[in-house]
Design a protein around this ligand. Structure first.
Ligand SMILES: Cc1cc2nc3c(=O)[nH]c(=O)nc-3n(C[C@H](O)[C@H](O)[C@H](O)COP(=O)(O)OP(=O)(O)OC[C@H]3O[C@@H](n4cnc5c(N)ncnc54)[C@H](O)[C@@H]3O)c2cc1C
Length: 442
């Protein structure tokens, strides 16, 4: 990366984590100040180039594809200021989520909720609607109370309770289309621990009372390995910091997460790819090896896991009360088509929010995610699952694979036209657009 704003042609190829995007940008720039970001935007416009920020490159969709100027904000990271009274904290937009947690810990604060990894940048995570699980908790973007962005004119725009507050619900989850976020302010909560209980349970019984189960606890999710009858459930309960903490020992964490979850899983996925007929047997073996586990620790340590097996993912948001029926349809589909699917299906929940382009906008939401190991054809499986979800008013995760476009997304997002108008106001030349954003925004 260079901090130069002069048109240096890059010879470096960039690819995302899921290896679904590979691109050689015209140049890559890593500015060290907000003024430099403004200069990058202006010089790119003068050269007729688009500008895309790449956070951690963890989106599976080509939302971060940068053909012109690829901008990294890794140097615009860290804590900028905090307001103790309101428990709001402002970070450089490039701050990674695990850094956010580490910076909040000594302040006695934490993020209200997190997804299952914490490698993403704060700006990237909110821009795509990253979420965790829990019917009482909203996604990360709903925690945003303010932001500063660089518009397509290369100018700064502050948005918070005192400055154009009506735009916050768009800018907090802006797909990277409204400008370059340089500062993000989030509402934090008092630090808390999580008590995690993980156990295999009969899938049918879980589906029978799915909504009640999800409503009864703080954070509920489950994984289902296709070709098995078992759901691997996970319940996280919020408890005060330090209350009977029983963290996983380093050895147990290594055994469970590195060896069993990632190492063994990599091996079974490899065998399954070479010999697809073995997948049902391998999934049942994996199911048997995944035993009960309970532990408690600081929330950020329990929320986030490590993922070292690379995969591709599509995730759909549907009304929460339809989750069980939709999962049954996915199960029937896999059986009917006799597909061999080694990767588990994941089911999570979130509270409704009011953000214009949030997948949970206006409704309690269930998230159903399907995966395939890199190298396997996602086509028929993902397309058929997408049809199931579309019929249930499904909204695709903006950072995960899907085939939807503006014309059939507008029915799901009443504010899509308003978002488009705002985008044209903030970035009239379309500097922050790329092919994916043109497809989904129209
Ligand atoms: C292993 C794995 C696990 C995951 N787990 C979850 C999960 O639990 N829950 C969930 O919801 N999602 C999950 N995701 C998806 C992931 O959270 C999102 O795709 C997220 O956007 C990735 O953040 P990033 O920093 O990598 O952003 P990128 O993919 O680099 O960028 C995403 C978008 O944000 C824009 N952007 C980045 N920085 C800025 C900025 N400063 N200003 C304006 N726009 C910006 C980019 O231009 C792009 O449009 C997971 C992905 C992976 C690979």
């Amino acid at each position: 990366m260079t901090t130069s704003t002069s048109p240096v042609t890059s010879t470096t190829t960039w690819q995302n984590w899921g290896r679904t995007v590979r691109v050689q940008p015209v140049r890559m720039v890593s500015p060290g100040s907000v003024d430099e970001v403004c200069a990058v935007v202006r010089s790119a416009a003068a050269d007729g180039l688009g500008v895309k920020v790449v956070g951690a490159g963890h989106s599976f969709s080509p939302i971060a594809e940068a053909e012109g100027v690829l901008l990294s904000l890794d140097r615009l990271s860290g804590l900028i200021r905090m307001d103790r009274e309101t428990r709001t904290v402002t970070f450089g937009a490039g701050t990674r989520l695990h850094e956010v947690s580490a910076l909040l810990e000594p302040l006695g604060l934490g993020m209200e909720n997190l997804g299952d990894i914490d490698t993403q940048s704060l700006a990237g995570a909110i821009s795509t609607g990253t979420h965790g699980t829990g019917l009482r908790f909203r996604g990360l973007a709903a925690q945003v109370t303010g932001a500063v962005l660089v518009t397509g004119h290369g100018e700064l725009l502050r948005i918070d309770a005192d400055h154009r507050p009506e735009l916050l619900s768009a800018v907090a989850l802006g797909l990277g289309a409204l400008g370059i976020l340089v500062e993000v302010t989030i509402a934090c909560v008092d630090a808390f621990d999580l008590r995690a209980v993980e156990k295999p349970e009969p899938l049918d019984a879980v589906l029978e009372s799915l909504h009640e189960r999800a409503s009864a606890v703080d954070h509920f999710e489950f994984f289902w390995f296709p070709h098995t009858r078992t759901a691997l459930t996970k319940v996280n309960t919020r408890v005060p910091v330090g209350e009977g903490r029983t963290p996983l020992t380093r050895g147990r964490r290594w055994f469970d997460d590195t060896l069993m979850a990632n190492g063994m899983f990599r091996m079974t996925c490899g065998i399954g790819r070479a010999v697809p007929a073995s997948v049902p047997w391998l999934n049942r073996a994996a199911e048997r090896l995944t035993g009960d586990r309970s532990h408690s620790d600081a929330s950020s340590k329990v929320f986030a896991t490590r993922r070292t097996v690379r995969f591709r993912e599509m995730e759909y948001a549907i009304p929460a009360d339809q989750a069980a029926e939709a999962l049954r349809e996915v199960r029937d589909l896999i059986e009917r088509e006799r597909w061999r699917i080694s990767f588990p299906v994941e089911v999570r929940f979130a509270a409704a929010d009011e953000l214009w382009l949030s997948t949970a906008s206006g409704r309690e939401t269930a998230y159903i995610a399907v995966h395939r190991v890199i190298g396997e054809d996602v086509g028929p499986y993902f397309r058929a699952v997408e049809d199931i979800m579309r019929a249930r008013g499904g909204r695709p995760h903006w950072g995960k694979m899907h085939t939807r476009e503006a014309s059939d997304l507008s029915g799901q997002y009443p504010k899509l036209a308003e978002f488009r108008t705002l985008r044209e106001e903030l970035d009239p030349e379309g500097s922050f657009l790329n092919p994916y954003l043109r497809r989904v925004l129209g």
